[in-house]
Design a binder for this molecule. Structure first.
Ligand code: ADP
Ligand code: MG
Length: 389
């Protein structure tokens, strides 16, 4: 297992121990001594395999203690970029700096990063305690400190009762929590996670997502997290970097990525979206008046002062309201499908120009499920309609 060597972080025990002794237990945020997250600067980094460009001139500044997610479809270069940061692969161009120091020539095990992979990669012949203690043993840390640290980490990951089990006596979710415990036991400055939850079922994934979020608050490490699951990225991250074909197409907070995607690709990759073809009629500052293919006008927001002519606008399905009566800004639609999903009605409709519209409205007023073929009016607020550049 090549990755085991990366857990051999440099010895920082002395400083942490003395810190622990001076901070009264009541003042400590949790049982865990916090790590001090490192900043990561990915500066014009490129990686090619033969003539194939896997990572294409990427720039990304990760602040100390930040939780950044690399989100993109399979093959977009997420793992390659993570491996470059870890040091498992060498960059072809550019630099990677950790706390402002170049690390190109630092081998993975000297970078002091924690790593978690999709496959748990636990040692099958070791107990949970032995697995979690492994990086500390490799670093030559004394037994007493190791025992204490392992016990604290198992407690935080809610694994204490499983301490003496072997990996094959545990569920997938429990094994992955052991792998996370092993990655953080050294309080690394940086934790790299490559699709750690994708082998788990949805409910388990959601509960471990919450744990990872809490863990990040507790330990203070910088986290670089890879996923192809947009919901996971939105839940966990301080910021999301969206990758497509080896390039970062947008870096922003989850709210910004969801509400104001930079491109059609981001709009359709993150969340469900209606992308409506429209033409500019009039501009009032950032507020535009547009008309759809059928000639119906509506308002939308745009930050692009140069926009002229045709545009694609995004309206999220949950931002669309339906009614039986005409109101300002409302467009006539014909229902093509209507499903009752419990808390939501999921309605597919067609605008007069033939474009499809997906609507998800909460089942709040015991609303009647519309009939197929029924004519309704769909409306949204200008703030909920975003013009893509
Ligand atoms: P992701 O993790 O986003 O799914 P990867 O970083 O694993 O994507 O891969 C990005 C692209 O680089 C893919 O097209 C993949 O086939 C290619 N690739 C990855 N590793 C190698 C390699 N060792 N040799 C050749 N091509 C590779
Ligand atoms: Mg990958």
């Amino acid at each position: 297992m090549a990755e085991t060597s990366t857990w051999r972080a440099e010895r920082r025990e002395g400083s942490h121990d003395s810190q622990n002794k001076t901070v009264p237990a009541s003042k400590r945020q949790s049982a865990l001594a916090p790590a001090i997250g490192a900043s990561i600067c990915i500066d014009h980094v490129g990686k090619t395999y033969g003539s194939f460009v896997a990572v294409d001139d990427i720039n990304l500044d990760v602040a100390a203690g930040e939780f950044i997610t690399l989100l993109g479809p399979s093959g977009s270069g997420k793992t390659t970029l993570l491996n470059l940061v870890a040091g498992f692969q060498k960059v072809n161009s550019g630099r990677i700096l950790v706390d402002s120091k170049p690390v190109q020539n630092v081998p993975p095990h000297k970078r002091g990063f924690g790593m978690v992979f999709q496959s748990y990669a636990l040692f099958p012949n070791m107990t949970v305690t032995q697995n979690v203690a492994f990086p500390m043993r490799m670093a030559g840390i004394d037994r007493e400190t190791t025992n204490r640290r392992v016990a604290e980490t198992l407690e935080v990951m809610r694994l204490s009762e499983h301490a003496t089990k072997m990996p094959n006596q545990m569920s997938g979710g429990q094994q992955q929590r052991v792998a996370i415990a092993r990655a953080i036991v050294m309080r690394p400055r940086v934790v790299l996670m490559d699709e750690p939850l994708s082998a788990l079922d949805r409910r388990l994934r959601e509960s471990i997502q919450i744990e990872i979020r809490e863990l990040h608050r507790t330990i203070g490490s910088t986290i670089l997290f890879v996923t192809h699951d947009q919901g996971e990225a939105l839940t966990l991250s301080d910021r999301i970097a969206v990758l497509d074909a080896g390039k970062i197409v947008q870096i922003a907070s989850p709210v910004e990525i969801y509400r104001h995607p930079a491109t059609k690709f981001v709009a359709s990759f993150v969340g469900e979206s209606n992308l409506i073809d429209a033409e500019l009629v009039q501009r009032r500052g950032t507020r535009l008046v547009l008309k759809n293919r059928a000639g119906h006008t509506f308002e939308a927001e745009s930050r692009n002062p140069d926009m002229v002519g045709r545009a694609t606008v995004l309206v999220r399905p949950e931002r669309i309201a339906i009614s039986d009566t005409l109101s300002p800004n409302a467009l006539p639609v014909t229902v093509t499908s209507a499903l009752f999903l419990g808390e939501l009605l999921r309605i597919e409709a067609e605008m007069e120009g033939g474009e499809k519209l997906l609507i998800r409205c909460p089942d709040t007023q015991a609303r009647r499920l519309p009939e197929i073929g029924e004519k309704l009016y769909a409306r949204w607020d200008a703030e909920d309609c975003w013009v893509l550049s």
